[in-house]
Each structure stands twice: as structure tokens, then as C-alpha cells.
Design a protein around this ligand. Structure first.
Ligand code: HPA
Ligand code: ZN
Length: 358
């Protein structure tokens, strides 16, 4: 019942690493196409390796998986495959991250990556009616100098980018390490987001707010350890892009029943649901919504709130947001209809009437 409600719900995704949507089947196909040796014999063997104790375990395999992406068409195929998943999951708008340094450090040109991704996204709009934005992420385990070099490479293509982000190994790499490059990105007119409080402490979320001046917080789970921080995030009206299946797979939560999403909503935080790296974490948007709905006993009203939060927190303009909100509102009304009819049919009066008139 709730499953079909989730499947039909118009959704927006705000936290998706395009390289994390590389399914093992495509990984193998691209490895063959580009003559890249993989340390796995089969798709099954790859999937078996997806057992992570923490973020770093995952990142080691994630960067290894990227090695098969070499030509513009590879990035196109990767992005197109993700857009088809969006279509199947009723995701109407998506804001995707890409990790340029994961490619440029292997000798793949920045333009090759960006052109492949954006060509697919343009086709996604034309052929599937899915709108999108692109966020370029800096790898936080590398230096701020390296991030500056990447920003310089990106600025000629600024019109193709909505913003910059910060990802990779969180612990030991606080947001303050990137204060200057984030200022440069903001000065260039880009929006800014950062992964914070996934594994890192609440202080990193404070730094994302005060030093990077983020427009959204990616993850933010550990913000809940600090009441003052929660109050500040609410006061600033910032959204959290929460990733339930990712949190489970990377042991950020031990059990989905312990996931803080419901608490976030009840505190008044603008939480949203996202898939992060769906090929590695066991599910796309519908799977993420279903997993939390089931484990936390969410109701339709909570699911609608989550979907509306994502629209509100997106980087779309006001008119585009309004269009999406209307779609969600229409869906909410429509999905009430059959319910009311069922209730009427099963009232004692209706049943009595039936049995009295065979
Ligand atoms: N966290 C940090 N960095 C990442 C992630 C993540 O979940 N996915 C890809 N890069
Ligand atoms: Zn992420």
C-alpha cells in the first residue's frame, strides 16, 4: 500500500554521485570496451565485495570502479543509465554530483567528463522530461591547492554548473581546510554544499555553515548531537540531504530502525531522502523511501513532506519549484480518492445494505 504510494510519488533527488550509479554490469562492459583490467572475475564477485565497515572501505572501491570511465561516451552512458533509473523511480528533477579530480588525476580531461555528463542530462530533459543540475565536488582528502586548480578548470564551463560540493574521506579533513576555495566559488556565483556530519563530528557541520556558508548540508546526521546546531540549521532554513541506505551500508546507523530521519522531521529540520551511490548501497530513490517508511513507520503525510522538502531545497527557480509542488499536491489529492471510496464501501451501513439486497 505505502509501496505503491511511494512509487507513484513525484520525487526530486538532491544527493547523488554520478560515479556511484555505476552498476557492476556497466562497469564490466566499459572495462571490456576500454581494455581496463578489473580485480573481479564477475558481476557477482563485484557485488560480494560491497560490504563496507565505514566510508573509507567504500571509497577505496568507488575510486577503483571509476577507472573504467575514460571517454566522453562512457560518461554519457553512465549518466543515461542513471536517468533511466530516475524515470523508473518517478524522479522528475535531479541534482547530481561529479568528482572531476577522480578522473583528471587519471589523465581524463575535465571537458571529457563534463561534456559526457551534460550531453546525457540534456537528452534526459528532451527525451524523458527529467530536469537536472550539476554540482562539482572537491575531494577533501586532496589539498586546497588541488581544489583551486579544479575550480580554475571549471570556471570556463560555469554556466553548466549549479554549484560546488565537498566529498570523500570526512574525518581529518574538516570544511575549514577549503574555506578559501569555497569563497572563490561563491564569488564566481556558484552555490555551495558540503558533506558534513556523515562520519565527522558536529563541529564539521558548524564549519560548513560558518566557514563555507553552505546552501544545503549533505547528510548532517551527526548535527543531532548538538541542540544549538539543530536550532541554528532550523533558523537558517537549511535542508539536509539524507541518504538512508547509504547510512546503513556505511554503518553510520546500525539498524534502519535507528535512523534519525523521523526525529529530524519532528524537530522541524528540512530533511530530504536521497540515494547517494545507489549502485553500491543497494537501491535507488524508491528503495530509499521504502526502507525508511517501513523501518520508521512513516505515514503518507511524512512522505509528502519529504518530497516537498526536496523541491523547496532544490536549486530550481521559484516557478519551476511551484510546478513540481503542484504535481505533488495533485498526487496527494488523487491518492486520497480511492481510499475514501474504500472506506465508504466497507462501512457497516454499506455492507448491511448489500446483504439485505442480494
Ligand atoms: N560520502 C563522502 N564522499 C562520497 C560519498 C559519500 O557518501 N559518495 C561518494 N563520495
Ligand atoms: Zn554523498
Amino acid at each position: 500500500m505505502l509501496d505503491s504510494f511511494i512509487e507513484g510519488l513525484p520525487k526530486v533527488e538532491l544527493h547523488l554521485h554520478i560515479e556511484g550509479s555505476l552498476e557492476p554490469e556497466l562497469m564490466f562492459a566499459l572495462a571490456q570496451r576500454n581494455q581496463v583490467a578489473l580485480p573481479f572475475k564477475s558481476v557477482e564477485e563485484v557485488r560480494k565485495a560491497y560490504n563496507f565497515r565505514n566510508l573509507q572501505d567504500f571509497l577505496d572501491i568507488y575510486y577503483q570502479g571509476m577507472s573504467v570511465l575514460q571517454k566522453e561516451q562512457d560518461f554519457y552512458d553512465l549518466t543515461w543509465a542513471y536517468l533511466e533509473k530516475c524515470k523508473a523511480n518517478n524522479v522528475l528533477h535531479t541534482e547530481i554530483f561529479f568528482d572531476p579530480q577522480g578522473h583528471t588525476e587519471r589523465g581524463v580531461a575535465f571537458e571529457t567528463v563534463l561534456n559526457g555528463i551534460t550531453r546525457a542530462l540534456d537528452d534526459g530533459q528532451k527525451k524523458l522530461g527529467i530536469s537536472s543540475k550539476v554540482i562539482m565536488s572537491f575531494l577533501r582528502h586532496l589539498s586546497e591547492d588541488d581544489a583551486f586548480k579544479t575550480l580554475d578548470q571549471a570556471l570556463p564551463y560555469k554556466d553548466k554548473l549549479a554549484g560546488v560540493g565537498l566529498d570523500s574521506s570526512e574525518k581529518g579533513h574538516p570544511p575549514s581546510k577549503f574555506e578559501k576555495v569555497f569563497k572563490a566559488a561563491r564569488d564566481a556565483g556558484l552555490l555551495v554544499v558540503a558533506h558534513a556530519g556523515e562520519e565527522g563530528p558536529p563541529e564539521y557541520v558548524w564549519e560548513a555553515l560558518d566557514k563555507l556558508k553552505v546552501d544545503r548540508i549533505d547528510h548532517g546526521n551527526r548535527a543531532l548531537e548538538d541542540d544549538k546546531l539543530v536550532a541554528r540549521i532550523i533558523k537558517d532554513g537549511l535542508a539536509l540531504t539524507v541518504c538512508p541506505l547509504s547510512n546503513l551500508k556505511l554503518c553510520v546507523v546500525k539498524d534502519m530502525k535507528e535512523h534519525p530521519l523521523k526525529k529530524m522531521l519532528s524537530l522541524g529540520l528540512k530533511a530530504t531522502v536521497n540515494s547517494d551511490d545507489p549502485a553500491y548501497f543497494g537501491g535507488y530513490m524508491n528503495d530509499n523511501y521504502k526502507a525508511v517508511a517501513r523501518a520508521l513507520g512513516l505515514e503518507k503525510s511524512d512522505l509528502l513532506t519529504l518530497a516537498r522538502n526536496s523541491v523547496a531545497a532544490s536549486f530550481l527557480d521559484a516557478a519551476e519549484k511551484e510546478k513540481l509542488l503542484q504535481k505533488i499536491n495533485a498526487y496527494a489529492l488523487e491518492s486520497e480518492q480511492p481510499c475514501n471510496i474504500n472506506i465508504k464501501q466497507s462501512t457497516p451501513a454499506a455492507t448491511d445494505k448489500k446483504s439485505n439486497n442480494p
